[in-house]
Design a protein around this ligand. Structure first.
Ligand SMILES: CC(C)(COP(=O)(O)OP(=O)(O)OC[C@H]1O[C@@H](n2cnc3c(N)ncnc32)[C@H](O)[C@@H]1OP(=O)(O)O)[C@@H](O)C(=O)NCCC(=O)NCCS
Length: 180
């Protein structure tokens, strides 16, 4: 179990699937996370279990817990580039009552430290869309820097939006948040 200031992070378990199913069928969660709901709403619990528990060899998923060990979100990485020691991060606080209270930033800092210190990654990437100001602000607080925009790459609620590409290097992270 990884311990942050507000959150803990542990591997996914069978019991998490019912809660995850609620999040992935929630239009608002989907709107922010994929920028194109209802992409995920067709997923059954069985499909989610396969995706999150069995996983794929290049997708690593973990559960985010609050101070009382209640499941509130999920975090993970994919697209591992071995020679470049890089990967792409994703995060979702699925319980909306926890948005904007620092849990996402704390989970990102805790998980990024794990990836840099334990997995020996050199760099982490992530992306979102320009309307997701809360996510961009959270990523900036962790230390992610804007690296590019893909113009009108996302279609959200009837409008095109730029995709926002961000990245974080290990030494930048350690200088901001320390190694431990
Ligand atoms: C994105 C997400 C992980 C961020 O986690 P969080 O716990 O909500 O965010 P935090 O509270 O740690 O930080 C959010 C920051 O954005 C700010 N913020 C929130 N809404 C904002 C808005 N509309 N405009 C400007 N800033 C805003 C908050 O004030 C806070 O910054 P501050 O600490 O400087 O005040 C979470 O909101 C989430 O999972 N959302 C739904 C799915 C999603 O968007 N996933 C990411 C897809 S790429």
């Amino acid at each position: 179990m990884l311990k942050g200031q507000k959150t803990s992070i542990r591997p996914m378990e069978d019991d998490d699937i019912d809660t995850m199913y609620q999040w992935y069928n929630d239009q608002e969660v989907n709107l922010w996370s994929s920028g194109a709901w209802p992409l995920n709403t067709l997923q059954s619990k069985d499909q989610l279990a396969v995706k999150f528990l069995d996983g794929s060899p290049d997708m690593y998923r973990y559960a985010i817990l609050d101070e009382s060990d209640l499941l509130i979100g999920s975090i993970g990485f994919k697209d591992v580039n071995m020679p470049g020691r890089s990967a792409t991060l994703y995060v979702v606080i699925g319980d909306k009552t926890y948005w904007g209270k620092g849990y996402g930033t704390d989970a990102l800092i805790t998980f990024s430290r794990f990836l840099f210190a334990q997995w020996n990654f050199h760099r982490i990437s992530l992306d979102t869309w320009d309307g997701n100001v809360r996510a961009i602000r959270a990523y900036e607080k962790v230390g992610f820097k804007l690296e590019g925009r893909q113009r009108e790459a996302r279609f959200v609620l009837g409008n095109y939006h730029d995709a926002i590409l961000m990245g974080l290097l290990r030494e930048e992270f350690f200088s901001l948040h320390g190694k431990l």
